[in-house]
Design a protein around this ligand. Structure first.
Ligand SMILES: [Zn+2]
Ligand SMILES: [Zn+2]
Length: 257
């Protein structure tokens, strides 16, 4: 991560307090922990505490969450990528097939996806980043009851993630490759910071808000320049995203909300 260990992820002040869940994220105070927790909680305990960065992935679907979807196999449409009117009403799992995140397996699709998403990231058959996209979509949606992942910050971050991967796809295709399955892990520091940027943009109303947004975007830019080991074209794409976030920060993040 661009921010050296021991610096608060919100304000950059030196801090000795690592998050007890992941051991990776530092915060200087309860107040700043509270700023990040609404989204940090989703990936905080995805791996045992360590000083290394957790992969950018969500914990498995809980049985009770899967049950909501199992009860609604033909439930209302989930918006796929960049939905445009007229909206096509398709069962939620078919929207994932349409998005290319899973291959069609027949009428048992819904059940299969739900079973697979209850497995931990490493043992699920659905490869990343599709697994993460589907979990974000499922956890953000609900049938009369709200499933816990209802954060606008996640929603914005998953849109950024989709946009970036869409822009990188032609680059890999030109080399005869699909998007590498471990790309999300390789770019995890960038996406974690993007999530933090959006979380601050949505949850934080302190007077130093603009400063903190700027700091989060600067860290993204910094990581691309100093720590990213991808090819130039990938770096250029990421730097472009960081540049846009710096502009958003300069306008006090108003376009975020
Ligand atoms: Zn702080
Ligand atoms: Zn944590």
């Amino acid at each position: 991560m661009a921010a050296p260990p021991g610096r608060c992820f919100v304000c950059d002040n030196t801090s000795a307090k690592a998050c007890s869940g992941c051991g990776w994220l530092f915060v200087c105070s309860r107040a700043h922990q509270a700023v990040l927790w609404p989204t940090h909680k989703y990936f905080c305990r995805t791996s045992p505490p360590s000083r290394s960065l957790p992969a950018f992935t969500l914990p498995p679907l809980k049985p009770e969450e899967a049950e909501i979807y199992r009860l609604h196999p033909d439930g209302h449409v989930l918006h796929g990528r960049e939905p445009e009117p007229p909206f096509e009403m398709v069962p939620w799992y078919k929207s994932f097939v349409k998005a290319g995140w899973v291959t069609y397996r027949g009428p048992e699709d819904a059940r299969w996806i739900l079973d697979d998403l209850q497995k931990p990231a490493g043992s699920a058959e659905t490869p990343e980043p599709a697994r993460t996209f589907i979990l974000i979509a499922l956890k953000g949606q609900h049938f009369e009851q709200r499933i816990e992942l209802d954060s606008d910050a996640w929603d914005l971050c998953s849109r950024d993630l989709t946009r970036i991967l869409d822009r990188l796809r032609p680059h890999f295709r030109s080399k005869g490759m699909a998007l590498p399955n471990d790309l999300l892990t390789r770019l995890a520091p960038f996406f974690h910071q993007d999530l933090i940027f959006n979380t601050i943009g949505i949850n934080y109303q302190g007077k130093d808000r603009q400063e903190l947004l700027n700091l989060a975007a600067l860290r993204m830019e910094d990581w691309v320049v100093k720590d990213c080991e991808e090819e130039e074209e990938v770096k250029r794409c990421l730097a472009g995203v960081a540049a846009v976030l710096l502009i958003i920060a300069a306008t006090d993040g108003r376009t975020v909300c």
